[in-house]
Every structure is written in structure tokens, then in C-alpha cells.
Design a protein around this ligand. Structure first.
Ligand SMILES: NC(=O)c1ccc[n+]([C@@H]2O[C@H](COP(=O)([O-])OP(=O)(O)OC[C@H]3O[C@@H](n4cnc5c(N)ncnc54)[C@H](O)[C@@H]3O)[C@@H](O)[C@H]2O)c1
Length: 342
């Protein structure tokens, strides 16, 4: 990042993910000329806790007010998913660059409104499809792209979480606010598969539901040419189920296994019997539980935010997780959701 370019960031939503963004921005500010100058949350406790990380920060009770009244260069939108689109559009129309959490929105109409506004305003937008920035998944994409272990034959993935009970006004359990486990959790793996393998030729989806009819477990089998992929996303009925992100990728000459639960996270089982452990270290290695949500480490969040800020300062296009990509992952998972709600 070029020195001397001061960036002012606004944080909208200071709950679980807002805390992760705030801590990542705090770390980024140790190395780069960026600081949070405005924070917004409708809950005083969360607003004050976030503001306490910075000096001279302005506090707002809503994201709308922050966008209208502050003079930030970037906003980080970390409110519940059903509020993303309107705030992102409002910010873009004010010429503010937008980092918006996944899923970028929850409807086809909002996908189009977002794309139209981005085109009209020319501001930069990045979506928090953070799995693209995890070292373990970057490694997988790299060995796939370079055919290091030959052709990929199949990939099995899952993302398991205990029931999500920390949300403001329990928004996760309302399908119109979260899009269920499909748009909230499973979208991470769907997005990564799309990123690595392109659009699936076809897929089959199965789901189970909580008693109130909300999908809480989805298993989708995608076909990408000769490669098949199975991705499961689950919000377990128990809050105690430990979070696990997992993949097993079978290549011609090796099988790679990743589990966020076990150290080392990634092992490569070669066809000749050798077992190797790739050296994967995030550029910022910190574990901080103060967000109180199911994330394993701050590293990839730091990396994605740093990438976004560097694209802004160096006037480079957002290639890692642009709006168009966030939108395509929403459209695919919306189709999956419609399938299981028939
Ligand atoms: N990338 C990831 O790994 C990841 C992980 C968890 C959540 N998320 C996403 O982050 C977003 C937020 O999730 P969360 O877990 O932080 O939820 P949360 O309920 O913990 O936090 C949301 C916060 O927004 C505040 N809020 C609500 N309406 C507001 C408004 N109009 N203006 C300002 N603040 C408002 C609430 O008070 C709350 O503090 C969701 O879209 C979720 O899908 C992403």
C-alpha cells in the first residue's frame, strides 16, 4: 500500500462479524494508513465496544445515518444479510467503496439492483466470500490449477456449525432474513467450488429442516464435467456441535484432507504412501474469541480486507471476490433453496 494515502473506514454492524472486521482493521492500522472513523450499531453495548477500539470515532445508531452523515472512503457492511443490499446501494450512490459481508443479498432483484448501481457509480465493491482467502483453500486451488497431483476426480466438503443463536433478534432463524443455512453457511463452499471449477453443469440438492420448516442441513452434489463435488452445510440442532470446515479432494496421484478441527489442518496422502504436510501460514495469525461466533482464526479476514484496501489505494480492479462473483453464488444458492422449499 502506498504511504501517505489515509483511508477512513466506517463499520456498519458491530456484532459477531463486525467485531471480526474491527479487529482486522485494527491490526491493518498498525501497518497501513487506515483507521475507523465511524461506527454504527442499533445496540449501544455493541456500538460502544466497537468504538472503544479507536479514538475520535463517530457513533451512529443506524447504518443509513452513518452513510448520510460521515465522510468515509469505505464502509464495511456487517449487518444481518437482509439489510445488505439497501445499505450497499445507498453507500455506492454516495460514492463510498463497499466491503459487504456474504451473502451479498437474498433476492434476484437485489442482485440486479446491486450490479446496476455498481456500474452506474463506478465505486469498488468486494464481497466477503472469505474462503477464497483461507490458506488451506488457496493451496487446494493452486494444486488444482497447476495439476500438481494430476487431475481432480472428486471433492467432498462440509461446513458444520452448532445452531446459530447469537444473532441480533434471532435473524438467522428467519428465512426471509438469512436465507437459511443454504445462503448463510453453505454458500461459502458453493462459492469456492465455483471459484475453482466454474459453474456446475448440474446439481442435486437434499435438505433437512428445523421443526419450524427452516432448512438447517443441506447436501448438494454438483457435477463439473467429469468432476463431482459434494458439499454439506449444517446448523446442528445442538449449539454445542463444534464448528468444522472440511474438505477431501481426490486427485489422480494424491488425496488432500483439510479439517479446521485438527492440527496440522492439511495433510497430503500420496499414491506411493508418503504423507506430506504443506507449510501454510496466514499472513496474520491470530485467534480472538471476542466476536463470539463460529470463526476459526482472524487470518483470512485480515487478508481479504487488506486486499480490498490495496486495490483501492493502487486503483486495481477487485478480482478476488468482486460483486459479480458474490452475486453468482447468491443466484446458485437461491436456486438450491427454491428446490428444497418446493
Ligand atoms: N464471512 C464469514 O465467515 C461470516 C461469518 C459470520 C457472519 N457473516 C455474515 O456477517 C453478517 C452479520 O452477521 P453477524 O454474525 O455479525 O450477525 P450479528 O447479529 O451478530 O450482528 C449484526 C449486528 O448488526 C446490528 N444491526 C442491525 N441492524 C442494524 C442497522 N440498521 N444499522 C446498524 N447496525 C445494525 C445488530 O445490532 C448486530 O450487532 C451476516 O450477513 C452474516 O451472514 C459472515
Amino acid at each position: 500500500m502506498k504511504r501517505g494515502v489515509a483511508m477512513k473506514a466506517g463499520l456498519i454492524g458491530c456484532g459477531g462479524m463486525g467485531t471480526v472486521h474491527n479487529l482486522s482493521l485494527k491490526e491493518l492500522a498498525r501497518h497501513y494508513d487506515i483507521r475507523v472513523t465511524a461506527v454504527a450499531d442499533c445496540r449501544d453495548e455493541f456500538l460502544n465496544r466497537a468504538a472503544g477500539q479507536w479514538t475520535g470515532v463517530r457513533k451512529f445508531k443506524s447504518g443509513k445515518e452513518l452513510i448520510e452523515k460521515s465522510d468515509v472512503d469505505i464502509v464495511h457492511i456487517c449487518v444481518p444479510s437482509y439489510l445488505h443490499a439497501d445499505l450497499a446501494i445507498r453507500a455506492m450512490e454516495k460514492g463510498i467503496n463497499v466491503f459487504v459481508e456474504k451473502p451479498v443479498c437474498l433476492s434476484r432483484e437485489d442482485c440486479q439492483r446491486l450490479l446496476d448501481t455498481e456500474k452506474k457509480t463506478g465505486v469498488k465493491v468486494m464481497v466477503g466470500q472469505v474462503v477464497r482467502c483461507f490458506e488451506e483453500y488457496k493451496f487446494l486451488k493452486e494444486v488444482y490449477d497447476h495439476k500438481t497431483y494430476g487431475e481432480l476426480k472428486s471433492i467432498i466438503m462440509h461446513r458444520l456449525s452448532g445452531d446459530v443463536t447469537w444473532g441480533w433478534e434471532d435473524w438467522f432463524h428467519d428465512i426471509s432474513k438469512s436465507g437459511s443455512v443454504i445462503l448463510d453457511l453453505h454458500i461459502h463452499d458453493t462459492d469456492f467450488l465455483r471459484y475453482m471449477l466454474g459453474e456446475p453443469d448440474k446439481y442435486q440438492v437434499h435438505a433437512t429442516k428445523f421443526e419450524n420448516g427452516l432448512p438447517n442441513q443441506v447436501v448438494t452434489t454438483y457435477e463439473f464435467g467429469n468432476i463431482f463435488a459434494v458439499a454439506e452445510g449444517t446448523w446442528d440442532i445442538s449449539t454445542k456441535m463444534p464448528f468444522e470446515a472440511y474438505y477431501r479432494a481426490s486427485f489422480e496421484n494424491a488425496t488432500i484432507v483439510f479439517s479446521s478441527l485438527y492440527e496440522p489442518h492439511v495433510k497430503v496422502f500420496h499414491k506411493d504412501g508418503a504423507v506430506t504436510i504443506p507449510d501454510l501460514k496466514p499472513e496474520y495469525d491470530a485467534k480472538d474469541d471476542s466476536a463470539g461466533i463460529n470463526i476459526t482464526s482472524l487470518g483470512a479476514y485480515y487478508t481479504e480486507i487488506k486486499y480490498f484496501v490495496e486495490c483501492l489505494v493502487n486503483q486495481k480492479p477487485i478480482e478476488a471476490a468482486p460483486l459479480s462473483e458474490g452475486v453468482k453464488s447468491v443466484l446458485l444458492t437461491l436456486d438450491e433453496l427454491s428446490e428444497v422449499m418446493k
